[in-house]
Each structure stands twice: as structure tokens, then as C-alpha cells.
Write a protein that binds this ligand. Structure first.
Ligand code: MG
Length: 385
């Protein structure tokens, strides 16, 4: 029986993690749950899975959560970022799954590693912001880091077929998002509900917008760089609108290994939870003769400059990837709130990358300070429009 602490339990990935747990009650149990603000769903999950610790992100929502749970749960409720870290370092947990959205995932992920927990990571921002520090901690504490991002799970699986020193290239596939074929004029007028309508994957709001700008792929390039210890120039992005080939690894003899499947997050989630075993999830199977032609094309760096900016931030190094990430979070919020147009998202990120230096020290304090500065710079760019 593997005991799990789940961070971000009410989001799209979190709910899929619990669906897998529900399907295999003899294998997994939930000892900790943490969520941001969705008290109703968190309370329902707590009643179903009876964890020993429950964290709610917003302290003012703790009373509402308590009111929805039996009296014996009252002492198990913790709040805020510290509450998240408490759940991440629960003594009884064998594995922590981080499905937190955005930069809020960094500190609990580090807390989990430092508590000696294996980490199932869906929160790519953890590695975007602090990839070097996180991977050093993974090695220092001797824990396993298992990717849940579908592309990185695919790469992780393809890497099982060979030796790391024989890898020549990592090829990340991108669906291209809902605006893949849109022209400049249409992009400038794109509305949030159009950006949220992803063609293949059913995802949360933040990641859906990131998929529409291709920033999601940019963040995934940075994530792959740290996760698999490959040089940025070894990572290539290919647009593959059908989302059937989830990513590929090329070895030095020219052999290319890909992982394919229907686009369902329960597959990479279950792989991380049960690794190295594979579970029968009872999902519909990929039917190659019915999925039609699989297409692959170059990403358009001109219309979707976010991807290029991510490569540039990675090349600049230091705190620049953290700046990219923080500015993007602010810009995406502003777009969803109707404050800026779709094409302004990339412009706001570019302005923040320009405004915030790359720093000399790369420690946690410098990364968190850069995150704060980038948010201020992004707000300034939004206001100046
Ligand atoms: Mg992904």
C-alpha cells in the first residue's frame, strides 16, 4: 500500500490522481490533501479519502472547510503555504504528488524532497523556476522524481530503452493549441473562451492559455532540460496536432523511440504512481487505423514568440526562467480578466525579461526575489499599454 500526499487535489490533474487512487484502493491510500480555494470539492475529497492532514490555501476559508467536515477532522486542517509544506512532508506519506498550478508549487516540492519523499511532479513551474536547485536536492536526499507532465512521462518511458549517455535528442511534441492556424489579426482579437477551448486535452485555465500561446511548450523545454539533464540545443519541439505521439527520444545510432496513446492524463499519472509497474486502467485503446494521419510540423516562432522566449531565458540562465514564468502568470491572469489582448501576453513577458536582471547568486532567495520583481515589471507593462 503506497501512501500519497496530494497537492493541488481539486484541479484537473488532482482529480485525475484521485480517480486512479479510487480505481486501485488496494494499492494506494491518501494521507494528505492540499488545495487552493475550492473548499466544497476539498471537503468532499476529505470525506471520501479520510486523510490525516488537509491544507487549504486561503486561511480565511479554513472555517468554511471545517464547517463541512465532521468534528474529528478539525485538528487536521492546516492553512496557507506552510500548510501545503506540512502536507508535503507528512511522516506517513511514501510519495508526494504535486499538481499545484504555478509558482506556488516550488516550496512544497522542495519540502517534500527534503523530507525524503518520492515526488510525482505535474507542476512544471517547480523545475522552470529552480531546476538546478531542485535536481541537486533530489540527488542529495536520494529521492525519485517521476514526471507526470504527459510529454515528460513519454520521454521518461522512452529513456527506459537505452542509456542516458547514448541520447542525442529529446523531441517534445506540442498540439499547437486552438490557434495553430490563426493569422495575426485573428490572434490579436482572440477571446479567453476561445483560448480555453483546447482541441485535444481537457485542462485547467492557466495551462490552456499557456497551450494557446505555446508558452506551455516553452516551460516544458526548460522542465526537460533539468529533468533529463540534456543541453537546451538537444531539445526540439515539433507541432503534432493530433496529440497521439506524446514525445520522442532519439539515440545516437539514429533510433527514435516514441510513446503513443490516447490523450488521457490518467496514463502518465498511473505510470508515476505505480512505477515501474503498469496498471490496467480500463481505458479505451489507441486504434491506429482510426486515428487518421499523424502530422508533424515546425512551430511558428513568429506568431508564437513565447516558445522562442523560453529558449532565450534558458540560455540566459540565472533567474531568467523564473522571471519568464512569473511574468507569464501575471499576463495570463490579465488576459483571462480581459485586461489585455491575447498577443499582449508575450509582449508583457518580453518586457519583464528585459526589466529584471539575471542575478549573480542562484539560490532560493534570489529566485523568489526575481519572481516578485518580475510580477511588478509585468504589472507595469500591463498598465503602460
Ligand atoms: Mg504537457
Amino acid at each position: 500500500m503506497k501512501a500519497l500526499a496530494l497537492l493541488g487535489s481539486t484541479g484537473s490533474i488532482g482529480r485525475n490522481v484521485l480517480a486512479v487512487v479510487r480505481q486501485f484502493p488496494e494499492r494506494f491510500k491518501v494521507v494528505g490533501l492540499a488545495a487552493g480555494r475550492n473548499v466544497d470539492l476539498l471537503a468532499a475529497q476529505a470525506r471520501e479519502f479520510a486523510p490525516e492532514c488537509i491544507a487549504i490555501g486561503e486561511p480565511e476559508l479554513a472555517a468554511a472547510l471545517a464547517a463541512m467536515l465532521p468534528a474529528r477532522y478539525q485538528s487536521r486542517i492546516v492553512v496557507g503555504p506552510e500548510g501545503n509544506c506540512q502536507v508535503a512532508s507528512l511522516a506517513s506519506a511514501d510519495m508526494v504528488v504535486s499538481a499545484v498550478v504555478g509558482s506556488a508549487g516550488l516550496l512544497p516540492a522542495l519540502a517534500a524532497i527534503r523530507a525524503g519523499k518520492d515526488l510525482g511532479l505535474a507542476n512544471k513551474e517547480t523545475l522552470v523556476m529552480a531546476g538546478r536547485l531542485v535536481m541537486e536536492a533530489v540527488r542529495a536526499y536520494g529521492v525519485h522524481l517521476l514526471p507526470i507532465d504527459s510529454e515528460h512521462s513519454a520521454i521518461f518511458q522512452a529513456l527506459e530503452a537505452g542509456r542516458r549517455e547514448d541520447v542525442s535528442r529529446i523531441i517534445l511534441t506540442a498540439s499547437g493549441g486552438p490557434f495553430r492556424t490563426w493569422d495575426d489579426q485573428a490572434l490579436a482579437a482572440a477571446a479567453p473562451n476561445q483560448a480555453l477551448a483546447h482541441p485535444n486535452w481537457n485542462m485547467g485555465r492557466k495551462i490552456s492559455i499557456d497551450s494557446a500561446t505555446l508558452m506551455n511548450k516553452g516551460l516544458e523545454v526548460i522542465e526537460a532540460r533539468w529533468l533529463f539533464d540534456v543541453a537546451p540545443e538537444q531539445i526540439e519541439v515539433v507541432v503534432h496536432p493530433q496529440s497521439i505521439v506524446h514525445s520522442l527520444v532519439e539515440y545516437r545510432d539514429g533510433a527514435v523511440l516514441a510513446q503513443l496513446g490516447i490523450p488521457d492524463m490518467r496514463i502518465p499519472i498511473a505510470y508515476a504512481l505505480a512505477y515501474p509497474e503498469r496498471l490496467d486502467l480500463g481505458l479505451s485503446r489507441l486504434n491506429l487505423t482510426q486515428c487518421g494521419n499523424l502530422a508533424f510540423e515546425q512551430p511558428d516562432h513568429r506568431r508564437f514568440s513565447a516558445l522562442r522566449m523560453a529558449y532565450a531565458a534558458l540560455a540566459m540562465g540565472g533567474v531568467k526562467p523564473a522571471v519568464l514564468n512569473a511574468a507569464n502568470e501575471v499576463a495570463v491572469e490579465a488576459f483571462l480578466a480581459g485586461r489585455i489582448g491575447f498577443t499582449r501576453i508575450a509582449a508583457v513577458v518580453a518586457a519583464a525579461l528585459e526589466a529584471v536582471g539575471q542575478g549573480d547568486e542562484l539560490d532560493l532567495a534570489a529566485i523568489l526575489a526575481a519572481d516578485r520583481e518580475a510580477r511588478i515589471a509585468a504589472e507595469r507593462a500591463i498598465g503602460a499599454a
